[in-house]
Write a protein that binds this ligand. Structure first.
Ligand code: BG6
Length: 505
């Protein structure tokens, strides 16, 4: 890896403490940090280098996956330095440049600089501008900008932000984190697909009946009312994470596809997404909001009574949608997406339901569950294939079994570990390209407008349920149901725990 100076804006913030330092520490333990590496943390508070290092140490003790090893931790912390910085003051950046150059000289580092913006999106523009104006971004080495969602609030604001960032950084220098792309099972799905011709052969509308992408959460709005009540599930989860999962599921990738190919193919998918018209949003999109209920037996209040939420709020805490991709591979295959807060369980998964040709020809005998490919990110991380086998009890019935395509081989990395490592290596495969972001906003824009004008009903659902019944009806209209919801009417696959089969390597 190239020698790198990691310049972290928001070094005293929550994301840095909970995710970035622990991820860097894991990379350090796995010897995945560059040999020549220096980190300069920036924040508004005056701190000495020693206090900063102590704070980082605390965050490793509280949040790292691996137990802190004193000697290793000491070596790790040596590279951490701190600078106070007022984001809007270009003079501070000039001072910062001097410090960065001094460190580069001391350590003999080529001036490769990674700017990580762990700050609110309102600061992205002034930071990018001042990096450019101060000369921090004009050294001989490479420069990269790492930012996290939200990338805008709607299509026009996203475009405006991108224009500003583009005046200081080229597209290939911008790494937009969508932490769902860092999830190990999403990355595994991509390679599973690329390396298995049998899956490639099945990856189309001849064999696939529908695709279901679920991200259910049990948490409510928590302490983020100020942000969430203006954003809702549509901007917080759907426009970014959920559409990214859709692209990652629908891409057709030949073996050995590099970052360029992956991104080009994702763009093709999002380009082919059939747009929704504002006046028709209610036909394919269900928005919901939670009322009071119970999560795992504990009573919880309704959304409108949460601290900081407007008592009349029409904000969406749940979205379910039916989307269509109008291309050669996917025409006619519905993609169902749902995500929401205060639902029955935390479950994040993609289910690919295969067609049942015998059922379609009317020659099928008895009740047979469809084959499914299940990419589960939460609560477990695994990829399984559901097949049918004769019930060993010899009663002439069939039983679904699950074949584990991803036997556990050690602890999986956290999304931030892989993403930070990729950004330092200059590998953009699992970052969101501007084209994807822009087209996702473009798709969502009529939905935002229909919601703002209250042209779509807001369905209430009790906390602790699977969302409004209308989200079930969306699939029922097409003859399907959400897989693995624990309901009494469920099909054999989820009513009875399927037998687990692990393939030996
Ligand atoms: C974040 C959203 O991007 O993703 C949160 O802002 C949400 O509201 C979180 O809770 C979910 O991430 P995960 O990895 O827990 O599914």
């Amino acid at each position: 890896m190239d020698p790198t100076t990691f310049i972290l804006f928001g070094a005293t913030g929550d994301l840095a403490k909970r995710k970035i330092y622990p991820a860097l520490y894991e990379l350090f333990l796995q010897e995945k940090l560059p040999h020549s590496f220096s980190l300069i943390g920036l924040g508004r508070t005056e701190l000495t280098d020693e206090v900063f290092q102590h704070n980082v140490e605390q965050s490793i003790h509280s949040f790292a996956r691996s137990q802190a090893d004193d000697a290793a931790l000491k070596r790790f912390l040596q590279v951490f330095r701190y600078n106070v910085l007022n984001i809007g003051n270009v003079e501070d950046y000039v001072q910062l440049l001097k410090r960065v150059e001094k460190r580069e000289e001391e350590l003999g580092l080529t001036p490769n600089r990674l700017f990580y913006l762990s700050v609110g999106p309102e600061f992205f523009e002034p930071i990018a501008e001042n990096i450019q104006a101060s000369g921090l971004g004009s050294a001989n080495g490479w420069k990269r900008l790492v930012i996290e969602k939200p990338f805008g609030h709607d299509l026009p604001s996203a475009r405006q932000l991108n224009e500003k960032l583009s005046s200081a950084f080229r597209e290939d220098e911008i790494y937009r984190i969508d932490h769902y792309l860092g999830k190990p099972m999403v990355q595994r799905l991509e390679s599973l697909h690329q390396t298995n011709p049998v899956l490639q052969a099945l990856w189309n509308n001849h064999h696939i009946a529908n695709v279901q992408i679920t991200a259910n959460e049990t948490v409510g709005v928590e302490t983020r009312a100020g942000y969430y009540d203006h954003v809702g599930a549509i901007r917080d989860m759907f426009q970014n994470h959920m559409l990214q999962l859709l692209m990652m599921t629908a891409i057709q990738l030949p073996h050995n596809s590099g970052a360029d190919r992956v991104r080009a193919k994702k763009k093709k998918v999002i380009e082919a997404l059939v747009p929704v018209q504002k006046h028709e949003v209610g036909l394919s999109i269900i928005r919901g909001q939670y009322t009071e209920g119970a999560i795992q037996g504990k009573p919880v209040p309704d959304y409108r009574s949460e601290p900081g939420i407007a008592p009349e709020s029409m904000n969406d805490t749940f979205i379910a949608a039916r989307l269509q991709i109008d291309d050669y591979f996917w025409r006619g295959v519905p993609f169902y997406i749902r995500t929401g807060k205060r639902l029955k369980e935390k479950s994040t998964r993609i289910v690919i339901e295969f067609k049942e040709p015998l059922k379609q020809t009317g020659t099928e005998q008895g009740d047979i569950a469809p084959n499914l490919l299940i990419v589960e990110m939460s609560p477990d991380e695994r990829i399984t294939l559901q097949l049918n086998t004769p019930d060993p009890q010899g009663n002439g019935k069939l039983k679904p079994i699950h074949i584990d395509l991803h036997p556990k081989d050690g602890v999986l990395p956290e999304a931030y570990e892989s993403l930070i490592c990729d950004a330092m290596q200059g590998n953009p495969t699992f970052f969101a390209h501007w084209d994807e972001v822009e087209m996702s906003w473009a798709w969502v824009q009529p939905v935002l407008e229909a919601f703002a004008d209250n042209q779509v009903p807001l369905y209430m659902y009790p906390a602790g349920s699977y969302g409004p019944a209308e989200a079930d009806a969306l699939l029922a209209q097409d003859g399907y149901h959400w897989w693995f919801d624990e309901k009494e009417t469920d099909t054999p696959a989820s009513a009875e725990a399927p037998k687990e089969v692990v393939l030996e390597h």
